[in-house]
Design a protein around this ligand. Structure first.
Ligand code: NAD
Length: 390
Protein backbone atom coordinates (compact mmCIF):
# COMPACT_ATOMS: atom_id res chain seq x y z
CA UNK A 1 0.00 0.00 0.00
CA UNK A 2 1.17 3.52 -0.75
CA UNK A 3 1.16 6.17 1.95
CA UNK A 4 1.04 9.68 0.50
CA UNK A 5 2.34 12.70 2.40
CA UNK A 6 1.16 15.96 0.83
CA UNK A 7 2.73 19.23 1.91
CA UNK A 8 0.64 20.94 4.59
CA UNK A 9 -1.23 23.89 3.10
CA UNK A 10 -2.81 25.64 6.09
CA UNK A 11 -1.26 29.14 6.12
CA UNK A 12 1.80 29.19 8.37
CA UNK A 13 1.69 25.43 9.07
CA UNK A 14 5.24 24.08 9.29
CA UNK A 15 4.73 20.48 10.39
CA UNK A 16 4.81 17.39 8.20
CA UNK A 17 2.94 14.15 8.86
CA UNK A 18 5.93 11.79 8.52
CA UNK A 19 9.61 12.52 9.16
CA UNK A 20 12.37 10.62 7.34
CA UNK A 21 13.60 8.61 10.35
CA UNK A 22 10.26 6.77 10.66
CA UNK A 23 10.19 5.61 7.02
CA UNK A 24 12.16 2.36 7.54
CA UNK A 25 9.58 1.19 10.11
CA UNK A 26 6.85 1.62 7.51
CA UNK A 27 8.77 0.17 4.56
CA UNK A 28 9.61 -2.88 6.67
CA UNK A 29 5.88 -3.28 7.29
CA UNK A 30 5.38 -3.33 3.50
CA UNK A 31 4.33 0.27 2.83
CA UNK A 32 5.66 2.45 0.06
CA UNK A 33 5.90 6.15 0.92
CA UNK A 34 5.33 8.99 -1.54
CA UNK A 35 6.17 12.46 -0.27
CA UNK A 36 5.33 15.71 -1.99
CA UNK A 37 8.57 17.48 -2.75
CA UNK A 38 9.37 20.08 -0.08
CA UNK A 39 6.79 18.71 2.39
CA UNK A 40 9.32 18.46 5.23
CA UNK A 41 11.39 21.55 4.50
CA UNK A 42 9.74 23.95 6.98
CA UNK A 43 10.12 21.36 9.74
CA UNK A 44 13.82 20.86 8.98
CA UNK A 45 13.59 17.71 6.85
CA UNK A 46 14.92 18.14 3.28
CA UNK A 47 13.85 15.88 0.40
CA UNK A 48 17.29 14.22 0.36
CA UNK A 49 16.70 12.76 3.84
CA UNK A 50 13.42 11.17 2.77
CA UNK A 51 15.08 9.65 -0.28
CA UNK A 52 17.93 8.33 1.89
CA UNK A 53 15.36 6.56 4.05
CA UNK A 54 13.54 4.97 1.12
CA UNK A 55 10.85 7.54 0.33
CA UNK A 56 9.81 8.52 -3.18
CA UNK A 57 9.57 12.25 -3.85
CA UNK A 58 6.66 13.41 -6.00
CA UNK A 59 6.65 16.92 -7.45
CA UNK A 60 2.93 17.38 -7.74
CA UNK A 61 0.36 17.43 -4.92
CA UNK A 62 -2.40 15.94 -7.09
CA UNK A 63 -0.08 13.06 -8.02
CA UNK A 64 0.43 12.24 -4.33
CA UNK A 65 -3.34 11.93 -3.86
CA UNK A 66 -3.77 10.02 -7.13
CA UNK A 67 -1.28 7.27 -6.23
CA UNK A 68 -1.83 6.93 -2.50
CA UNK A 69 -4.01 4.32 -0.81
CA UNK A 70 -3.53 6.23 2.42
CA UNK A 71 -3.15 9.97 2.85
CA UNK A 72 -1.55 11.07 6.11
CA UNK A 73 -1.74 14.73 6.98
CA UNK A 74 -1.41 16.89 10.05
CA UNK A 75 -4.31 19.25 9.28
CA UNK A 76 -6.82 17.56 7.00
CA UNK A 77 -9.82 19.32 5.54
CA UNK A 78 -11.92 19.92 8.64
CA UNK A 79 -9.14 21.20 10.83
CA UNK A 80 -7.95 23.27 7.88
CA UNK A 81 -10.91 25.56 7.39
CA UNK A 82 -8.94 28.10 5.33
CA UNK A 83 -7.90 26.22 2.20
CA UNK A 84 -8.38 22.55 3.08
CA UNK A 85 -11.41 22.20 0.85
CA UNK A 86 -9.20 21.93 -2.24
CA UNK A 87 -8.30 18.41 -1.08
CA UNK A 88 -11.86 17.17 -1.58
CA UNK A 89 -11.48 17.18 -5.35
CA UNK A 90 -8.31 15.09 -4.98
CA UNK A 91 -9.77 12.35 -2.74
CA UNK A 92 -10.39 8.95 -4.29
CA UNK A 93 -13.16 6.55 -3.26
CA UNK A 94 -11.99 4.15 -0.54
CA UNK A 95 -8.82 6.13 0.02
CA UNK A 96 -7.83 6.13 3.67
CA UNK A 97 -7.35 9.54 5.28
CA UNK A 98 -5.64 9.99 8.66
CA UNK A 99 -5.03 13.24 10.53
CA UNK A 100 -6.64 16.03 12.52
CA UNK A 101 -10.16 16.28 11.08
CA UNK A 102 -11.96 18.36 13.72
CA UNK A 103 -14.93 15.98 13.51
CA UNK A 104 -17.15 18.01 15.83
CA UNK A 105 -16.51 21.22 13.90
CA UNK A 106 -18.79 21.41 10.88
CA UNK A 107 -21.34 18.89 9.68
CA UNK A 108 -21.03 20.12 6.11
CA UNK A 109 -17.30 19.44 6.08
CA UNK A 110 -17.58 15.94 7.54
CA UNK A 111 -20.38 15.23 5.07
CA UNK A 112 -18.21 16.29 2.15
CA UNK A 113 -15.49 13.92 3.31
CA UNK A 114 -18.04 11.12 3.68
CA UNK A 115 -19.56 11.76 0.27
CA UNK A 116 -16.15 11.56 -1.37
CA UNK A 117 -16.16 7.91 -0.23
CA UNK A 118 -13.06 8.35 1.89
CA UNK A 119 -12.43 6.13 4.91
CA UNK A 120 -11.29 8.79 7.35
CA UNK A 121 -9.79 8.51 10.82
CA UNK A 122 -9.54 11.44 13.17
CA UNK A 123 -6.56 11.40 15.50
CA UNK A 124 -8.39 13.72 17.92
CA UNK A 125 -10.70 10.83 18.77
CA UNK A 126 -7.99 8.42 19.86
CA UNK A 127 -9.06 6.80 23.13
CA UNK A 128 -7.04 7.75 26.20
CA UNK A 129 -6.01 4.19 26.98
CA UNK A 130 -2.66 2.58 27.64
CA UNK A 131 -2.96 0.59 24.39
CA UNK A 132 -3.47 3.75 22.35
CA UNK A 133 -0.91 5.88 24.17
CA UNK A 134 1.67 5.66 21.38
CA UNK A 135 -0.96 6.89 18.90
CA UNK A 136 -2.15 9.84 20.96
CA UNK A 137 -1.36 12.80 18.72
CA UNK A 138 -3.47 15.15 20.80
CA UNK A 139 -1.18 14.56 23.77
CA UNK A 140 1.94 14.96 21.62
CA UNK A 141 0.77 18.29 20.26
CA UNK A 142 -0.42 19.46 23.69
CA UNK A 143 3.04 18.71 25.07
CA UNK A 144 4.66 20.87 22.42
CA UNK A 145 2.07 23.65 22.85
CA UNK A 146 2.52 23.78 26.61
CA UNK A 147 6.26 24.14 26.17
CA UNK A 148 5.94 26.80 23.48
CA UNK A 149 3.38 28.78 25.51
CA UNK A 150 5.92 29.38 28.26
CA UNK A 151 8.62 30.46 25.81
CA UNK A 152 6.19 32.94 24.24
CA UNK A 153 5.23 34.27 27.66
CA UNK A 154 8.86 34.64 28.73
CA UNK A 155 9.68 36.38 25.47
CA UNK A 156 6.84 38.90 25.89
CA UNK A 157 7.36 39.52 29.60
CA UNK A 158 9.45 42.49 30.72
CA UNK A 159 10.84 40.51 33.66
CA UNK A 160 13.47 37.77 33.92
CA UNK A 161 12.00 34.37 34.88
CA UNK A 162 14.59 32.90 37.31
CA UNK A 163 15.82 34.36 40.57
CA UNK A 164 19.22 35.97 40.06
CA UNK A 165 21.61 37.21 42.69
CA UNK A 166 23.97 39.63 41.01
CA UNK A 167 26.31 42.44 41.97
CA UNK A 168 23.62 44.74 40.62
CA UNK A 169 21.03 43.38 43.01
CA UNK A 170 18.66 40.48 43.33
CA UNK A 171 16.04 39.62 40.75
CA UNK A 172 12.99 37.89 42.15
CA UNK A 173 11.54 34.98 40.16
CA UNK A 174 8.49 35.35 37.96
CA UNK A 175 5.21 33.84 39.21
CA UNK A 176 3.55 31.64 36.65
CA UNK A 177 0.01 30.39 37.22
CA UNK A 178 -1.48 27.67 35.04
CA UNK A 179 -5.23 27.08 34.85
CA UNK A 180 -6.07 23.58 33.57
CA UNK A 181 -3.56 20.83 34.27
CA UNK A 182 -4.00 18.45 31.36
CA UNK A 183 -1.10 17.51 29.13
CA UNK A 184 -0.43 21.08 27.91
CA UNK A 185 -0.83 22.63 31.35
CA UNK A 186 1.53 20.19 33.03
CA UNK A 187 4.16 20.69 30.31
CA UNK A 188 3.79 24.46 30.70
CA UNK A 189 4.33 24.10 34.44
CA UNK A 190 7.40 21.92 33.95
CA UNK A 191 8.86 24.33 31.39
CA UNK A 192 8.23 27.39 33.55
CA UNK A 193 9.89 25.64 36.45
CA UNK A 194 12.93 24.79 34.30
CA UNK A 195 13.18 28.50 33.51
CA UNK A 196 13.25 29.22 37.23
CA UNK A 197 9.75 30.62 37.75
CA UNK A 198 7.71 30.01 40.88
CA UNK A 199 4.81 27.88 39.68
CA UNK A 200 1.27 27.29 40.80
CA UNK A 201 -1.72 25.74 39.12
CA UNK A 202 -5.41 24.98 39.40
CA UNK A 203 -7.70 22.39 37.85
CA UNK A 204 -11.23 21.38 38.72
CA UNK A 205 -10.16 17.72 38.66
CA UNK A 206 -8.82 16.92 42.13
CA UNK A 207 -6.56 14.25 40.55
CA UNK A 208 -4.42 17.07 39.14
CA UNK A 209 -3.22 18.12 42.61
CA UNK A 210 -0.66 15.36 42.96
CA UNK A 211 0.67 15.92 39.43
CA UNK A 212 1.18 19.63 40.08
CA UNK A 213 2.91 18.95 43.36
CA UNK A 214 5.18 16.36 41.80
CA UNK A 215 6.41 19.08 39.42
CA UNK A 216 7.27 21.30 42.38
CA UNK A 217 4.21 23.49 41.98
CA UNK A 218 1.65 24.78 44.45
CA UNK A 219 -1.85 23.50 43.77
CA UNK A 220 -4.38 26.25 44.27
CA UNK A 221 -7.43 24.83 46.01
CA UNK A 222 -10.72 26.64 45.73
CA UNK A 223 -13.50 26.10 48.28
CA UNK A 224 -15.88 24.83 45.58
CA UNK A 225 -16.24 21.34 44.31
CA UNK A 226 -17.01 20.38 40.73
CA UNK A 227 -19.81 17.85 40.21
CA UNK A 228 -18.46 14.62 38.67
CA UNK A 229 -15.29 16.50 37.77
CA UNK A 230 -13.88 13.82 35.50
CA UNK A 231 -15.45 11.46 32.96
CA UNK A 232 -14.38 7.89 32.28
CA UNK A 233 -11.99 9.03 29.55
CA UNK A 234 -10.14 11.36 31.94
CA UNK A 235 -11.63 14.57 30.55
CA UNK A 236 -13.18 17.29 32.68
CA UNK A 237 -16.96 17.44 32.62
CA UNK A 238 -18.76 20.67 31.77
CA UNK A 239 -20.12 22.53 34.82
CA UNK A 240 -23.02 24.94 35.12
CA UNK A 241 -22.60 28.70 34.74
CA UNK A 242 -22.97 29.18 38.51
CA UNK A 243 -19.88 27.04 39.08
CA UNK A 244 -17.88 29.03 36.52
CA UNK A 245 -19.01 32.30 38.16
CA UNK A 246 -17.76 31.09 41.54
CA UNK A 247 -14.52 29.97 39.93
CA UNK A 248 -13.93 33.42 38.44
CA UNK A 249 -14.57 35.10 41.78
CA UNK A 250 -12.14 32.81 43.59
CA UNK A 251 -9.46 32.82 40.90
CA UNK A 252 -9.36 36.64 40.75
CA UNK A 253 -6.82 37.10 43.53
CA UNK A 254 -4.42 34.42 42.28
CA UNK A 255 -4.56 35.77 38.73
CA UNK A 256 -3.81 39.28 39.92
CA UNK A 257 -0.81 38.12 41.94
CA UNK A 258 0.70 36.34 38.94
CA UNK A 259 3.10 37.71 36.34
CA UNK A 260 2.09 35.12 33.78
CA UNK A 261 -1.17 33.20 33.49
CA UNK A 262 -1.41 30.29 31.10
CA UNK A 263 -4.92 28.99 30.55
CA UNK A 264 -5.67 25.61 28.99
CA UNK A 265 -9.13 24.76 30.38
CA UNK A 266 -11.28 23.04 27.79
CA UNK A 267 -14.10 20.53 27.65
CA UNK A 268 -14.15 18.26 24.59
CA UNK A 269 -16.68 19.39 21.99
CA UNK A 270 -17.71 22.49 23.97
CA UNK A 271 -16.81 26.16 24.00
CA UNK A 272 -14.08 26.87 26.56
CA UNK A 273 -15.33 28.29 29.90
CA UNK A 274 -14.52 31.92 30.69
CA UNK A 275 -12.29 31.87 33.77
CA UNK A 276 -10.40 35.17 33.41
CA UNK A 277 -12.50 38.29 32.95
CA UNK A 278 -11.57 41.74 31.74
CA UNK A 279 -11.97 42.98 35.33
CA UNK A 280 -9.35 40.45 36.45
CA UNK A 281 -7.02 41.58 33.64
CA UNK A 282 -7.40 45.19 34.81
CA UNK A 283 -6.15 44.12 38.23
CA UNK A 284 -2.95 42.52 36.89
CA UNK A 285 0.39 44.34 37.03
CA UNK A 286 1.52 46.24 33.94
CA UNK A 287 3.49 44.00 31.60
CA UNK A 288 1.82 40.80 32.79
CA UNK A 289 1.17 38.16 30.17
CA UNK A 290 -1.73 35.79 29.57
CA UNK A 291 -1.29 32.93 27.12
CA UNK A 292 -4.72 31.57 26.30
CA UNK A 293 -4.22 28.09 24.92
CA UNK A 294 -7.98 27.71 24.72
CA UNK A 295 -8.14 30.58 22.18
CA UNK A 296 -9.15 28.32 19.32
CA UNK A 297 -12.13 27.10 21.35
CA UNK A 298 -13.34 30.59 22.27
CA UNK A 299 -10.74 31.35 24.93
CA UNK A 300 -10.61 31.15 28.74
CA UNK A 301 -10.19 34.91 28.92
CA UNK A 302 -13.10 37.01 27.72
CA UNK A 303 -10.89 39.55 25.92
CA UNK A 304 -8.63 37.08 24.13
CA UNK A 305 -8.60 37.54 20.36
CA UNK A 306 -8.16 34.17 18.73
CA UNK A 307 -5.05 34.00 16.55
CA UNK A 308 -3.75 37.38 17.74
CA UNK A 309 -1.56 38.95 20.39
CA UNK A 310 -3.12 42.07 21.86
CA UNK A 311 -2.21 44.44 24.69
CA UNK A 312 -5.19 45.44 26.82
CA UNK A 313 -5.01 47.36 30.11
CA UNK A 314 -1.20 46.99 29.91
CA UNK A 315 -1.43 43.19 29.82
CA UNK A 316 -0.26 41.19 26.81
CA UNK A 317 -2.86 38.57 25.87
CA UNK A 318 -1.58 35.93 23.51
CA UNK A 319 -4.37 34.13 21.67
CA UNK A 320 -2.10 32.20 19.33
CA UNK A 321 -3.53 29.00 17.92
CA UNK A 322 -1.66 26.07 16.46
CA UNK A 323 1.36 26.57 18.74
CA UNK A 324 2.74 23.12 17.99
CA UNK A 325 3.47 24.30 14.46
CA UNK A 326 5.96 26.72 16.02
CA UNK A 327 8.20 23.82 17.07
CA UNK A 328 7.82 21.85 13.84
CA UNK A 329 10.87 19.59 14.02
CA UNK A 330 9.89 17.78 17.18
CA UNK A 331 6.15 18.21 16.74
CA UNK A 332 6.46 16.38 13.40
CA UNK A 333 8.70 13.72 14.88
CA UNK A 334 6.18 12.98 17.64
CA UNK A 335 3.26 13.10 15.23
CA UNK A 336 5.03 10.68 12.87
CA UNK A 337 5.41 8.14 15.64
CA UNK A 338 1.74 8.49 16.55
CA UNK A 339 0.60 8.05 12.95
CA UNK A 340 2.96 5.15 12.31
CA UNK A 341 1.82 3.38 15.42
CA UNK A 342 -1.80 3.85 14.34
CA UNK A 343 -1.27 2.73 10.73
CA UNK A 344 0.67 -0.38 11.69
CA UNK A 345 -2.14 -1.22 14.13
CA UNK A 346 -4.88 -0.67 11.55
CA UNK A 347 -3.19 -2.28 8.58
CA UNK A 348 -1.57 -5.68 8.92
CA UNK A 349 -0.11 -7.60 5.97
CA UNK A 350 -1.19 -4.75 3.72
CA UNK A 351 -4.86 -5.19 4.58
CA UNK A 352 -6.97 -2.79 6.55
CA UNK A 353 -8.91 -4.43 9.32
CA UNK A 354 -11.97 -2.27 10.03
CA UNK A 355 -12.66 -4.16 13.21
CA UNK A 356 -15.27 -2.12 15.05
CA UNK A 357 -14.86 -4.26 18.15
CA UNK A 358 -11.47 -2.63 18.53
CA UNK A 359 -12.00 0.59 20.46
CA UNK A 360 -9.10 2.31 18.65
CA UNK A 361 -10.71 1.73 15.25
CA UNK A 362 -14.28 2.29 16.38
CA UNK A 363 -13.57 5.61 18.10
CA UNK A 364 -11.35 7.14 15.43
CA UNK A 365 -13.30 6.09 12.34
CA UNK A 366 -15.25 9.12 11.16
CA UNK A 367 -16.42 8.21 7.66
CA UNK A 368 -16.54 5.14 5.43
CA UNK A 369 -18.76 3.79 2.64
CA UNK A 370 -20.15 7.28 2.01
CA UNK A 371 -21.53 7.67 5.58
CA UNK A 372 -20.51 9.44 8.75
CA UNK A 373 -19.82 6.47 11.02
CA UNK A 374 -18.70 8.00 14.31
CA UNK A 375 -21.67 7.68 16.73
CA UNK A 376 -20.71 10.75 18.81
CA UNK A 377 -20.41 12.87 15.67
CA UNK A 378 -23.80 11.61 14.46
CA UNK A 379 -25.31 12.39 17.85
CA UNK A 380 -23.86 15.92 17.97
CA UNK A 381 -25.24 16.71 14.51
CA UNK A 382 -28.56 15.00 15.33
CA UNK A 383 -28.22 12.37 12.60
CA UNK A 384 -30.12 9.13 13.14
CA UNK A 385 -28.04 6.20 14.40
CA UNK A 386 -26.86 3.87 11.64
CA UNK A 387 -28.53 0.46 11.53
CA UNK A 388 -25.23 -1.23 12.43
CA UNK A 389 -24.99 0.93 15.53
CA UNK A 390 -28.36 -0.23 16.77
P1 NAD B 1 -7.94 18.91 28.05
O1 NAD B 1 -7.09 19.53 26.98
O2 NAD B 1 -9.24 18.31 27.67
O3 NAD B 1 -8.25 20.02 29.17
C1 NAD B 1 -7.22 20.73 29.81
C2 NAD B 1 -7.45 20.76 31.29
O4 NAD B 1 -8.43 21.75 31.60
C3 NAD B 1 -7.93 19.46 31.91
O5 NAD B 1 -7.01 19.06 32.91
C4 NAD B 1 -9.27 19.83 32.50
O6 NAD B 1 -9.56 19.14 33.71
C5 NAD B 1 -9.12 21.31 32.75
N1 NAD B 1 -10.37 22.06 32.89
C6 NAD B 1 -11.51 21.99 32.16
N2 NAD B 1 -12.41 22.86 32.63
C7 NAD B 1 -11.85 23.51 33.69
C8 NAD B 1 -12.28 24.52 34.58
N3 NAD B 1 -13.50 25.06 34.49
N4 NAD B 1 -11.42 24.92 35.53
C9 NAD B 1 -10.19 24.39 35.64
N5 NAD B 1 -9.72 23.43 34.84
C10 NAD B 1 -10.53 23.01 33.86
O7 NAD B 1 -7.06 17.90 28.89
P2 NAD B 1 -6.05 16.81 28.40
O8 NAD B 1 -4.72 17.39 28.24
O9 NAD B 1 -6.65 16.14 27.24
O10 NAD B 1 -6.03 15.83 29.64
C11 NAD B 1 -7.21 15.38 30.27
C12 NAD B 1 -6.89 14.22 31.18
O11 NAD B 1 -6.60 13.06 30.42
C13 NAD B 1 -5.70 14.41 32.09
O12 NAD B 1 -5.97 13.77 33.28
C14 NAD B 1 -4.59 13.70 31.37
O13 NAD B 1 -3.54 13.30 32.23
C15 NAD B 1 -5.36 12.52 30.85
N6 NAD B 1 -4.69 11.87 29.72
C16 NAD B 1 -4.56 10.50 29.74
C17 NAD B 1 -3.94 9.84 28.69
C18 NAD B 1 -3.81 8.35 28.69
O14 NAD B 1 -4.15 7.73 29.65
N7 NAD B 1 -3.33 7.76 27.62
C19 NAD B 1 -3.47 10.59 27.61
C20 NAD B 1 -3.63 11.97 27.62
C21 NAD B 1 -4.26 12.60 28.69
Amino acid sequence: MIIGIPKEIYPGERRVALVPSILPTLTKAGFEIHIQSGAGLDAGYPDSLYVEKGGKMVADRAAVFAAADIIAQVLCYGSNDVNGQQDVALYRRDQILVGFLRPFGSLETVQQIAQAGVTSFSVELMPRTTRAQSMDALSSMATVSGYKAVLMAADSHPRIFPMLTTAAGTVTPARVFVIGCGVAGLQALATARRLGAVISAYDLRPAAKEQVQSLGGRFVELPIEAKDAQDARGYARAQDEDFYRQQRELLGKVVQESDVVITTAVIPGKKAPILVTEEMVKGMALGSVIVDLAAERGGNCDITESGKTVVKHGVTIIGATNLASGVPYHASMMYSRNITSFLTHLIKDQKMNLNLEDEIVRETLVTSGGEIQQPRVRELFKLPALATQG
